[in-house]
Design a protein around this ligand. Structure first.
Ligand code: BEZ
Ligand code: FE
Length: 304
């Protein structure tokens, strides 16, 4: 490939560097990539001017990023976690939601989404190994922005157990426990049985945990269920529903809670309510998802 002409990169002073770097990147062919990288350099350089980073601090920062990478494994993604605790993941979601207020709001994917969850029929239970906790019956509909049902939408769900662990973090749970996917019926409806999830601390064994401790922040998320809703001809929705009575609802460590994603977890006595056969007190949750037209995609799983 022929090299394109480049202006001199000889630095004269600190103020000259940003322009020199922008000039070096001038021939980037993809216009969107060029826009993003130009803005990244502009803001990163402005940040360095503002905080006047010392050489030691710069090295510490680079080593922190290196540690973040080294902490990643097939079953743990520290990079996603870092983006989450800095509010970056939620900011991207909320910025992208704000143009589409008629749709259900998105929420961050988080580091525990896995591909290949089991397929269940509506009404099935996603509990695969003994997982004691209050029964939870979830029902909902997938709708378009005219409130018409979307049939055959794929609803993927995953959640932590009643002790606050995802199956991939917990040797007591079987593979794919509390994960599954369903397809909506002709009314756009889906429903399943589960157990009430608990809130939990995000993983703190790595550099992100060190950061939270330095910032004197607690590591907890309020109890929630994750959803990915995919339907052909519609933009994929990645979202979460939070329990209205959850501890930490007002102080989620990853800033994932928006008012519209708080769901009513209604407690019912055994023998009453919509599931009178239940032998113990249980909860019901109704959650509907409104999708906008667009291209459906599947998120890239952060772990295997
Ligand atoms: C989660 O909800 O699965 C999650 C999100 C961000 C960080 C850790 C966990
Ligand atoms: Fe979660």
């Amino acid at each position: 490939m022929a090299r394109l002409e480049q202006r001199s990169s000889i630095v004269t002073d600190a103020a000259s560097i940003t322009g020199i770097v922008h000039a070096a990147m001038e021939n980037t062919e993809n216009p969107r990539l060029k826009e993003i990288l130009n803005a990244l350099v502009k803001h990163a350089h402005a940040f360095l001017h503002e905080v006047k980073l010392t050489d030691d601090e710069f090295e510490q920062g680079l080593d922190f990023i290196r540690q973040v990478g080294l902490t990643c494994t097939d079953s743990h993604n520290e990079v996603v976690l870092l983006a989450d605790v800095l509010g970056l993941s939620t900011l991207v979601k909320v910025l992208n939601n704000s143009a589409h207020e008629e749709r259900t709001g998105g929420a961050l994917l988080g580091p525990f989404y896995r591909a290949g969850s089991p397929h269940y029929e509506n009404g099935d239970c996603i509990v695969q190994s003994t997982t004691s906790g209050s029964p939870l019956f979830v029902s909902g509909q997938v709708l378009d922005t005219n409130r018409e049902p979307i049939r055959n939408a794929r609803v993927d769900v995953w959640q932590a157990s009643p002790v606050g662990l995802y199956e991939n973090q917990d040797p007591q749970q079987s593979e794919m426990n509390l994960r599954g996917h369903f397809f909506t019926d002709a009314r756009g409806a889906f429903d399943f049985r589960s157990v009430r999830p608990a809130g939990y601390p995000v993983p703190t064994h790595g550099p992100v945990g060190d950061l939270l401790r330095l910032q004197q922040r607690h590591p907890y998320r309020p109890a929630h269920l994750h959803f990915v809703v995919v339907a052909e001809g519609y933009s994929t929705l990645i979202s979460q529903i939070f329990a209205d009575d959850a501890e930490y609802l007002e102080s989620d460590v990853v800033f994932g809670v928006t008012r519209d994603l708080v769901g009513k977890f209604e407690r019912r006595e055994a023998g009453s309510g919509p599931h009178p056969a239940a032998q113990e007190p249980y909860y019901t949750l109704e959650c509907s998802f409104v999708l906008g037209e667009g291209v459906s995609t599947y998120p890239t799983p952060p772990i295997k």
